[in-house]
Design a protein around this ligand. Structure first.
Ligand code: SAH
Length: 356
């Protein structure tokens, strides 16, 4: 208890802890320590980004996937899910709708869909870049070759999200089938960063077999990698996966991880994730109060939303939907945040010239 408080104070002061200290903090959290942790993380976010919350329109443009991750509802082995793939034209249309709503930051996410080869994906990015020159383009399409990532960057993409999922290779092996490795995931993150992307890593909280040591290792990994963005959300089971009967991660622990991440990486862009909002109505607010500063309302076409089913009961309506952004805005303002429809770059970002 005393020890936990001491390491927390050290984290707040130095924005750094070693593995053992992180472990002490994670395993020793009680309500009192938690309150101090979240308040310090929220305060640090306020100091760096203010009470602004960056809004991003999320377009889930294909649920085809060549991978078979044990936790994910759109894994290849799920033959019940209806597969869809939006056309470039449909994707541009959704960006157009988002632009009219005010969004200046789009996140294009998909399964690892091989139809989207580098030529097609680069052409899509170029089209979005030309039509929306004042918007940030974030991609999240999984593991690709360095050459593929380079093409996407050259076409005008700014950011790339690729959660590392777990920084322990053994745990990674328990969540993924043979052939998928943490090593390649990290290779991708390094390539993305070298190329010049603002890079997002991240992990699930409460994923099957996860230990406190795993979480401490995830946090050490983030501290060393220093990504621009970190996506953290609870694991939620999907009935049509091998983990369908496992229990979900907790909101409290997820928000704690967001808070520790804010303290380790003061300048990071941290989303209040959809998974948190799915778990509990107040999940998003809890993440913001723990130091998050990004919200990504769903801008996918209505008819596809239920099919981008990463986990059971994934929310895509109500305040999660871009169409109801006014309701979401009200809720954010009610707890003292200012929703902002801007590119929302990392503070270190320097405007680049797009060579298109
Ligand atoms: N194919 C892309 C996008 C994957 S889906 C990629 O590989 O990056 C985006 C994220 O959803 C994943 O990185 C994973 O962390 C999360 N996710 C998948 N299944 C989940 C589940 N059952 N519960 C919670 N989060 C899940």
């Amino acid at each position: 208890m005393e020890e936990t408080r001491a390491v927390l104070e050290k984290l707040i002061k130095e924005n750094s802890l070693d593995f053992e200290e992180l472990l002490t903090l994670i395993t020793g959290l009680d309500d009192g320590v938690r309150f101090r942790l979240r308040a310090a993380a929220g305060g640090l976010r306020d100091k760096i980004y203010g009470r602004r919350v960056f809004m991003r329109g999320l377009i889930e443009f294909s649920n085809y996937c060549r991978n078979d991750c044990f936790y994910c509802g759109i894994r290849r082995g799920n033959d019940v899910v209806r597969r869809y793939r939006m056309t470039s034209r449909e994707i541009l249309e959704r960006c157009g709708t988002g632009y009219e709503m005010g969004f200046r930051s789009f996140v294009l996410q998909s399964g690892e869909d091989l139809w989207w080869n580098e030529e097609r994906a680069a052409a899509l990015v170029r089209a979005v870049r030309v039509r929306f020159p004042d918007c940030a383009i974030t991609l999240s399409m999984g593991e690709k070759s360095r050459a593929y990532y380079q093409k996407l960057y050259d076409a005008g993409a700014d950011r790339y999200l690729l959660r590392h999922e777990t920084a322990d290779p053994r745990h990674y092996g328990m969540l993924h089938p043979e052939g998928m490795t943490l090593e390649n995931r990290v290779r991708c993150l390094m390539d993305l960063r070298d190329i010049g992307f603002q890079v997002g890593a991240g992990f699930m909280v409460g994923s099957p077999f996860q230990t406190a040591e795993n979480l401490a290792r995830d946090l050490m990994f983030l501290k060393n990698l220093r990504p621009h963005m970190v996506g953290i959300g609870p694991f939620i089971p999907h009935s049509r996966t091998p983990f369908g009967k496992m229990s979900a991660g907790s909101l409290e622990k997820s928000a704690d991880m967001v808070a520790i991440t804010r303290l380790l990486l003061p300048e990071a862009l941290l989303p209040a994730t959809t998974a948190l909002g799915t778990l509990e109505a107040r999940g998003r607010e809890a993440a913001l109060d723990a130091g998050a500063n990004v919200v990504m309302p769903n801008l996918s076409p209505q008819e596809n939303r239920k099919d981008y089913s990463l986990y059971d009961n994934k929310i895509s309506t109500g305040e999660e939907a871009a169409e109801s952004r006014e309701r979401l805005e009200k809720r954010l303002k009610a707890i003292g945040y200012q929703p902002e429809y801007v590119r929302g770059d990392h503070v270190s970002y320097k405007q680049r010239a797009y060579s298109i």
